[in-house]
Design a protein around this ligand. Structure first.
Ligand SMILES: C[S@@+](CC[C@H](N)C(=O)[O-])C[C@H]1O[C@@H](n2cnc3c(N)ncnc32)[C@H](O)[C@@H]1O
Length: 223
């Protein structure tokens, strides 16, 4: 796991300070989420960081919101202090929440921080424990499509770095270079995803969304 050192980087990236992310989530991601959940749902945002999604959901009238993240510095940025948050490793969600506690969960841009196929399996096993049968889990993470490949090609091109040196700076994270982290995700998670989630009939993939970026949203129904 890369957190918590890595998460120092997210203090401004994944909080309400980041106006770009707030705009993107509000206009592109929230409408997708709202299609699959209800305002009365007991809803947990896993890897919630500074609470961008939680804040937007609160604004939509969601009452039963929860968040978990490994970095207290980020949880401190969640504007609504009435939202119960846990500072901990979400690989162990079973320790923090009860069986069948939640009707809905989001896991946004955080699974690529896990290290291995074994950790991903552990994650889905423990996640299943806290989700009600029939509940919804929405995963949003990297999608290795044309957009991602183009973005990466530009990001890592020497020409782009020479012409726009301040824009295309190396993006080293504390423990793992971003590119290595992405490679690990595409190796350890993506090819095994269907088997991992559908093993022992824990979840069923019901829908995929591509919001015109290098991300993909996958909606799971808990069995
Ligand atoms: C890229 S940020 C995404 C934040 C937020 N979900 C969003 O969409 O803006 C990844 C977050 O996952 C958290 N994280 C990574 N691994 C974690 C783990 N094993 N347990 C808890 N939180 C973790 C980090 O602290 C960070 O806040």
């Amino acid at each position: 796991m890369d957190a918590p050192e890595l998460t120092e980087r997210f203090i401004t990236l994944a909080s309400m300070d980041n106006k770009f992310i707030v705009f993107y989530y509000k206009h592109f991601i929230l409408p997708i989420v709202m299609r699959h959940v209800k305002k009365s749902d007991h809803f947990i945002d896993i890897g919630c960081a500074g609470g961008v999604l939680l804040t937007l959901l609160r604004g939509e009238g969601f009452q039963n919101l929860y968040g978990i993240d490994a970095a207290q510095v980020l949880l401190d940025r969640v504007p609504d202090k009435t939202i119960p948050t846990v500072c901990g490793n979400y690989l162990n969600v079973k320790q923090f929440y009860s069986k069948n506690q939640f009707d809905a969960a989001t896991v946004f841009n955080t699974l690529h921080h896990l290290d291995s196929k074994e950790e991903y399996c552990q994650f889905f096993e423990n996640l299943h424990y806290i989700m009600k049968p029939g509940s919804v889990v929405i995963i949003k993470d990297l999608y290795d499509g044309l957009f991602y490949k183009t973005y990466n090609a530009i990001l890592h091109s020497k020409i782009a770095r020479q012409v726009f040196p301040r824009v295309f700076v190396g993006r080293d994270f504390v423990q793992t270079h971003e590119t290595d982290m992405h490679r690990r995700f595409f190796r350890e998670f993506v090819p095994h995803f269907n088997k991992m989630v559908e093993t022992q009939e824990r979840f069923k993939i019901i829908k995929k969304h591509w919001p015109l970026t290098f991300e993909q949203l996958i909606v799971l129904k808990t069995i």
